[in-house]
Design a protein around this ligand. Structure first.
Ligand SMILES: [Zn+2]
Length: 286
């Protein structure tokens, strides 16, 4: 946090601050998903599987490449913390930081969830978002952020001195351990920074601190993604509920979330192929 400065402003402080910013990663050359094709294919969807994630828990799900998955609000406003991995290689996983650098702080339709190095390819593309009307509010808040990391027992311990076992980090760890048979400590190492589905967040105007406010999600709202590669997903129903007041405790009202897997008519996606991993040589100049 920026506190009271100890150094006087230089004479040209105003001029230095007035320099116009440039976008770190111009996306003009980013290969764009064919949203028309994805849109046509989603008209043919057939529900093939569904699962309920109970409050303050997490569940895993598998999505074959070329299928769609939906995260759906049921019963009441609830935030979900999403992890995704390549189904057969847990080392390829969602890279929240680079996704943020490419698409901004909050995701919506047309944005993609990118995997980390050395794979660096789109793992999923957002194809429908019933909360896209929200935009950014007067506080600078919006939904589906890639800013926050996930609520976790370590930060909670640091700040409160208490142990709480149903933070999203622990929920995701237990769910991945149950799915893979890995011991908890090994599964934990694969849990990573999340996409905060439905969570409404931003940075305060004055101190630029990370804030949350009551999610605008209501039962029936959903976020839909197209699986670009075979995926293993894990979704945690955050103990913060709609994240209007507190998380990392049993205090908030929490609701389940539903995950649906949909299969499109393969004819509708003729010509689509899963994206290849990055073509970078990995020589690193040596
Ligand atoms: Zn959480």
């Amino acid at each position: 946090m920026k506190r009271t400065p100890r150094h006087p402003e230089p004479m040209d402080a105003g001029a230095r601050r007035a320099i116009k910013p440039v976008i770190c990663y111009p996306v003009d050359t980013l290969p764009l998903p064919d949203m028309n094709a994805y849109g046509a294919a989603r008209e043919t969807l057939e529900l093939v599987q569904e699962a309920i994630v109970p409050p303050r828990e997490a569940r895993t799900f598998r999505v074959p490449a070329g299928f769609y998955f939906r995260i759906i609000s049921v019963d009441g406003p609830q935030v979900g913390d999403l992890n995704i991995w390549a189904e057969n290689d847990l080392s390829e996983r969602f890279y929240s930081g680079k996704t943020r650098a490419l698409h901004g702080t909050h995701l919506s339709t047309g944005d993609r969830m990118w995997s980390g190095f050395p794979h660096m390819r789109p793992m999923a593309t957002i194809t429908h978002d019933t909360l896209d009307w929200y935009g950014f509010d007067a506080d600078g808040g919006s939904v589906h952020d890639v800013i926050g990391t996930r609520c976790d027992p370590y930060t909670n311990r640091l700040l409160s001195g208490q142990d709480y076992h149903h933070c999203c980090h622990s929920n995701l760890t237990r769910a991945l351990a149950a799915e893979t048979g890995l011991p908890l400590h090994q599964a934990e190492a694969h849990v990573h920074d999340v996409l905060n589905v439905f969570m409404c967040t931003g940075f305060t105007h004055d101190t630029h601190q990370y804030f949350m406010k009551a999610s605008p999600v209501r039962p029936g709202d959903y976020l839909e993604c197209f699986a670009e590669i075979d995926l293993l997903g894990a979704l945690s129903t955050c103990p913060g509920g709609d994240c209007s007041t507190v998380h990392s405790s049993d205090a908030a009202a929490c609701y389940p979330l539903k995950v649906e897997i949909h299969r499109p008519d393969p004819q509708a996606l003729a010509g689509w192929v899963p994206p290849a991993p990055s073509a970078y040589s990995r020589s690193h100049g040596k």
